[in-house]
Write a protein that binds this ligand. Structure first.
Ligand code: DAH
Length: 361
């Protein structure tokens, strides 16, 4: 085999063996570049005799043409393969669903929703919101609310006590929202119309009780507030909250240290269809809140003269009425932070509850 044939074979093998565009370029430079093997041969043409140029010269030129074409062909093939590979790797599946935005996916917890609903209802009646600390003194949680020292009603609350501080005082996790009644009376003069939503704590845990739960408290104090006013306020609230035309309520005598007289209020309902209770119909009764006229000792603790001022108050468990309204069977789910539960029972963040737009619609 002549040296030219040998070189031709080597170059064609290298061209065929180049696996990408960089490799074929390296082959081209090694053959046709300034110092390439074929270029070096071409340089010998000048020194050839006319005869030699006709035979060997022509063969060298033919080799150059052949190699140039083979490289161009291989280059084009490799480029096409590279484009095809890239297209395959970067495929976008346009049939995939678009992911909803965070504002679409986020959900409001039912407790927050219920607080917003209750706030909307009472704000419309001219009430404002009051708040107080979760860690409360024994004084505000009990004494100021007319629970005498050692009174058995303190035991009824299954209180969480904190370790005593330097002064020997044992703070408590508030067992109800009622302490904020006295805190508010101390801070502002009547007329007072407030609601107090918040967290409360008792040592209790099962499907309908959680050691941390929520209450909403109401307080009205002026010079003439009476039981009839209270009944109207509570009835208006229940109609708006349960989104029904009318409700039937039953006031039963009861006892709370901080009210006199005291009542427990039942609401007529239909409990025949499982966890979702229907209000405004049916023949069953369900207890929903405690209330009464503010006890003179509580007014005194708040710095108000009971011969001048009188008021009424009520307290209600929020978690339970949320369960009733939205048919959630187990209270513990409220606090499990399970996103699946929340996306089922939660509320869309931009659907704010209003009386004119609908509370839960
Ligand atoms: N604080 C009471 C409780 O937690 C509920 C309550 C009853 C609050 C009657 C009141 C009221 O304001 O008047 O059981």
């Amino acid at each position: 085999m002549s040296d030219l044939d040998q070189l031709k074979q080597t170059l064609l093998d290298e061209i065929a063996g180049a696996s990408d565009e960089a490799a074929i370029e390296a082959v081209r430079v090694a053959a046709l570049g300034k110092k390439g093997s074929v270029s070096e041969l071409l340089k010998t043409l000048g020194a050839m005799s006319a005869e030699e140029r006709q035979t060997r010269g022509a063969a060298i030129n033919a080799l150059k043409t052949l190699v140039t074409e083979a490289i161009a062909e291989r280059k084009a093939a490799l480029r096409e393969a590279a484009i095809a590979a890239r297209l395959a790797a970067e495929t976008v599946d346009v049939s995939l669903p678009v992911r909803a935005s965070p504002a679409e996916r986020g959900r409001i917890h039912p407790i927050s929703q219920i607080v917003d609903e209750i706030t909307a209802i009472f704000a419309d009646m001219g009430f404002s919101i009051a708040e107080g600390p979760d860690i409360e003194t024994d004084y505000y949680n009990f004494t100021a609310l007319n629970f005498p020292e050692g009174h058995p009603a303190r035991e009824m609350h299954d209180t969480f006590f904190l370790p005593p501080d330097e002064a020997g005082e044992r703070k408590v996790l508030r067992t109800h929202t009622s302490p904020v009644q006295v805190r508010t009376m101390e801070a502002q003069k009547p007329p007072i119309r407030i609601i107090i939503p918040g967290k409360t704590y008792r040592q209790d845990s099962d499907a309908t009780h959680s050691p941390m739960f929520h209450q909403v408290e109401g307080l009205v104090v002026d010079t003439r507030a009476n039981v009839a006013n209270m009944r109207w306020v509570l009835e208006e609230f229940c109609k708006a909250f349960f989104e029904v035309e009318s409700v039937t309520m039953r006031f039963r005598p009861s006892f709370f240290p901080f009210t006199e007289p005291s009542f427990e209020v039942d609401i007529q309902c239909d409990r025949s269809s499982g966890p979702i209770v229907r209000f405004g119909e049916g023949t069953d009764w369900m207890e929903i809140l405690g209330c009464g006229m503010v006890h003179p000792n509580v007014l005194r603790a708040g710095g108000l003269d009971p011969d001048v001022y009188q008021g009424f108050a009520w307290g209600m468990g929020l978690d339970r009425i949320a369960m009733l309204k939205y048919g959630m069977p187990d209270l513990r789910d409220f606090f499990n932070a399970d996103v699946r539960w929340l996306s089922h029972y939660g509320f869309r963040p931009l659907d704010m509850p209003t009386l004119f737009g609908g509370l839960s619609a």
